[in-house]
Ligand binder design. Structure first.
Ligand code: BES
Ligand code: ZN
Length: 452
């Protein structure tokens, strides 16, 4: 899409939203996250919606609604305005918080995850309100600033405000499309469980010539623990890890067989020289329907130039496990802790700190609301939607089910090369514009289903 085809005001709004460095994980950006929430509040108020900004122990939650009427379904639209950190900064071709438009694509941190997708809906709503005076549904807009850190305050907020947030269905655009122009309905997400391990040995860094061979090296220990998480067949080697894991349903296999070749896509998107993973599974199964153990960070020892002959005093691992339906995150953390303790040698001390976690999500894509959402995707992209699961996690989606009793429609607009979480994150204006139209089609289609 050419930049000129988009209303310049909408593009300006998008670039403004992207210029807030709303990095939720880093306390240094607290004021910027708050300013970003205020910006949203102002936009929503200007649209004539009733808006509340809720302070939390962390970053604010913004809730907006139109006047609700009896007999219409209540649709909650969820999104997050926080973003991931930008490092490694040196790999960005343009500054992450000075959005640039190059060949119809916007480059900035948060462009796809999740500001572009969130804002497309918001502007879609704004257009419907301007043109038609009202929305066809009762809408609740729920935007948080802590998704990228596991939504620690939204979970209790949901429980505390369950009656005000009562709705028939939730809609979220915070996932991907399998390819450009291929409307994609996501009916499953993986869960997640995070864990940090620190291992310490000697009371100070030691001369590795004087003591080497006589004391355990904490860096070697964490390397061995990390390597021991998988067996030679690419399976997670933790006892009981797969006990609750379910096979794919027959219809899913059939659906996925009709998708663009997942192995080829994975090779192309990632640039790896060969694929890896559980034997007997293809890349889509490995990425969307199988649980994993990932080493997200490993540290310890000398990292500077040249060599320094030390036995480091301590070393650490940052681990996360992607989970599939029926795996319980807390039980998995328990199994992993047991595994690490079993294989940790005597010569070091190990401290295990469980981190945030959330369950996987799986819903019926053939429900009335699911079908309506697929109709909206069909109308928006003039193509038949595909049905997939995704490997990423949005843990609050399962909380919507557990706390509010409702399903979530995942209507992703990101593309495989949008570089979510990576340098040069981007979002094509084509998808931004499609997202605005999607909102209108979606609300109309859901209104057609009625309230449950
Ligand atoms: N938008 C992603 C989730 C996502 C990405 C779903 C791609 C499907 C496909 C979300 O912002 C995210 O990154 N979530 C984190 C959650 C975690 C920090 C609790 C994730 O998946 O790592
Ligand atoms: Zn993300």
């Amino acid at each position: 899409m050419k930049t000129e085809e988009l209303d310049p005001k909408d593009l300006e709004t998008f670039l403004e939203f992207l210029s807030f460095p709303s990095v939720s994980t880093d306390g240094e950006f607290e004021k910027d996250v708050d300013a970003c929430a205020d910006w949203l509040v102002n936009r929503l108020q200007a649209m004539g919606l009733e808006v509340e900004k809720h302070a939390t122990r962390g970053h604010p939650i913004v809730v907006a609604r139109n006047p609700h009427k009896k007999g219409r379904p209540t649709v909650m639209l969820y999104g997050h305005y926080d973003v991931q950190p930008v490092d490694p900064l040196e790999l960005w071709k343009t500054p992450p918080f000075e959005p640039s438009v190059i060949d119809g694509v916007v480059y900035a941190r948060g462009a796809t995850d999740n500001k572009g997708q969130l804002l497309a809906h918001l502007l879609g709503i704004e257009k419907t309100l301007a043109e038609e005076g009202e929305l066809p549904v009762n809408a609740i807009l729920l935007f948080e600033g802590e998704e990228e850190i596991g939504s620690p305050n939204l979970d209790p907020f949901l429980a505390a405000h369950a009656s005000e947030l009562a709705c028939d269905v939730v809609a979220v655009s915070d996932t991907g499309m399998v390819g450009r122009g291929i409307p994609t309905f996501t009916y499953g997400l993986r869960g997640i469980a995070c864990l940090e391990v620190s291992v310490s040995g000697p009371k100070v860094d030691l001369h590795s010539g004087i003591y080497g061979g006589a004391v355990a090296n904490p860096a070697t220990v964490v390397a061995e623990l990390a390597a021991g998480l998988h067996d030679a067949g690419g399976r997670v080697a933790v006892d009981g890890f797969y006990d609750a894991v379910q096979d794919l349903a027959g219809w899913e296999r059939e659906q996925w067989a009709g998708l663009p070749d997942g192995d080829a896509a994975t090779l192309k998107e990632t640039g790896v020289p060969a694929l890896f993973g559980e034997e007997g599974c293809n890349s889509y199964e490995r990425r969307w329907a199988r649980p994993t153990a990932e080493l997200n960070g490993i540290g310890g020892g000398y990292q500077g130039e040249g060599s320094k002959t030390v036995i480091p005093r301590e070393a650490m691992l940052k681990l996360s496990f992607r989970l599939v339906p029926d795996q319980d995150p807390e039980s998995i953390l328990e199994l992993v802790s047991r595994h690490l303790k079993k294989y940790c040698p005597e010569g070091v001390r190990m401290v295990i700190a469980p981190g945030h976690h959330g369950k996987a999500y799986l819903t019926d894509p053939f429900s009335a609301y699911g079908k309506a959402a697929q109709q909206a995707l069909r109308e928006t992209f003039s193509a038949e939607p595909v049905m997939i699961r995704e490997g990423g996690s949005i843990p609050i989606v399962q909380s919507f089910k557990d706390t509010l009793g409702v399903d979530t429609l995942l209507l992703g607009l990101g593309l495989p090369d949008c570089m979510a979480h990576a340098p040069n994150e981007n979002f094509p204006l084509e998808n931004f514009e499609a997202g605005m139209r999607l909102n209108r089609h979606l609300f109309r289609a859901l209104a057609g289903v009625g309230a449950e």
